[in-house]
Design a protein around this ligand. Sequence first.
Ligand SMILES: [Ca+2]
Ligand SMILES: [Ca+2]
Ligand SMILES: [Ca+2]
Length: 492
Amino acid sequence: MIAWHAAQRRCVAGFLAVALVSLLSGVVAGPTAAAAPAVGSGAVPAAIPGAAAVPVPQWEPGLRSYFVLTAPGDVSPAIGAIRANGGSVFAAYPAIGVVVAHATGENFASTVRKAPGVQQAGATRASDIPKQAYEPVVPPRPPQHTPMGQERPRWNLTQIGADKSLPVASGSRDVVVGVLDTGVDGEHAELDDAFDENKSASCAYGSLDRRDGAWRDTNSHGTHVAGTIAAAKDGVGVLGVAPGVTVASVRVAEQPSGLFFPENAVCGFMFAAQQGFDVTNNSYYVDPWQYLCPDDPDQSAILEAVRRAVRHAERNGVLHVAAAGNSDYDLANKTTDSSSPNDSKPTANRPLTADCIDLPTELPGVVTVSATGMEQRKASYSNYGTDKIDVTAPGGDPGHQDEGVLSTTPGGRFGMKAGTSMAAPHVTGVAALLASAHPEWTPAELRQRLYAQARDIDCPDDDRCVGDTARNSFYGEGVVNAAAAAGVGKAR
Ligand SMILES: [Ca+2]
Ligand SMILES: [Ca+2]
Ligand SMILES: [Ca+2]
C-alpha cells in the first residue's frame, strides 16, 4: 500500500492524505549528554582558566541560544564574554570561530557584542531553548515490515537517465553521503546495506549526540530523501540513484518543534567535515528565518556562522546540495517575507533586499536544485531565479497518485512525497556517482562536471523563465544526468 505522506520542510504541504509520523517516546539521556562540547571543541573548556569551577549548565525557563563569533582559531574572547555575562558555552568550533551560548536576559547579545575580540553575537532563535535540549531523547526503533512489490525505475529515475546508469553503475561504498535532515531509518531493508551508523549522529539542539540511534528519523522526510539517494537494487520496493554508496544520517531537525535551527545546521556541517563526507544533501531551510538579512545583527551572526561552517566543510572536500524551496518564488527578485520567524510570531510583510538569503541553498558553492514534474516542466511550487538555480531534478507534482516521488519511509514502508526536498537527493545521487568514478575530484570539479553534463531544458511559455536553453532561471544548467555521470551514452 502506497500512501502520500504528511510532509514538511521542502515537501509541499496541504495535499497529503495519510500520515505515518513516528512519535517520540524513547530513552531519556543523562542530564549532561547534550551539554558535552560539540565536535571539534574538545579542548575548549579545559583551555579556559578557571573552567573547572564552572558548573554544568542546567536548563531553565527563558533560556535562549546565541552565536558568538570571533576570528577563527581562538574562541577564548567569546567564551570569556559569554561567562562574564552569565551565559554558558553549549558548543564551540574554534576552527571557524563560532561558539554557541545559552543565556537568559534581554541584553545578552547586545552586551557580548561589545566585548573585545567578539566579532558578532546574535540570537539563533526567537523562542526559548526546549527542555529536551538538556535531556535529549533517542528516537525509538520503528517495527520493520518486509518490502514487497516489483522494483522498476519510475518516471523520476528515467527523467535523469538513471534507468541507463543503474544497470552499469551503483556508486562506491567509499563515497559517503550525509543526509542532513529529520533523521534516517537505517534499518529499513532498502537502506540497511548502505547505511553507516558509525558515521551518523544527531545535531538536534546544536550539540553533537553520538549515542546509538540518535540519528533515527523523527518524521519520515529524511528516510524518504535517503531512499532516493541509495535505496537498494534488490528486486523489490524502490530504487535509489546510487544504491552502492554509503549513507550517513545527521539529524538536524529537533523535537518537539521539528525545526532545523542554525546551531543544529552548523553542528551538521562541522560533523560532515570531520567525518570526511563526500556530499551532503540539504532538503530544508535553516529556521526560524526563511531569509536572513545582514542588516539585522541577529540574522547577520546566523548568516556568518552557517557560511563559515559550509565553507569549512567544502574546504575539507564536502560538496553540498540543497533544495531551492517550495514557494514558487523568484529568489533573484525578493520582495517581502511573512513567514519568519517561524518559531514564534512571524512578522507580516518583512521587507527583503537582494542581500537577504535562504540558508543553506543560496550560499556560495552550494548546488541549488529546483524541481520538475513528470512532464519535465518546473513543478508548480518550485522556487526559481536567474543565477540562483544551478540544476533541476524531479520533485513531482502533488496530489496525483503517480506523479510524486516514491521512496522509503520508516519501518520498511514506502510513500509518495513532492517538493524540492525530493529533487535535491536526485542531484546528490548523481554527484555521488561522479565522486565514485572520480574519487580525486574536488567539490568544485564535481560541480563543474555535474553542470556540464546536465541535459538542457528550454524555458516553457512562461515569462518568469529568463535565459536560454543552455541555462535559465527555471532549470539552471538543466536536469542532472545520471547516465552521463556513469559514463553511459553521450560523453561531454
Ligand atoms: Ca529496492
Ligand atoms: Ca547555488
Ligand atoms: Ca546547461
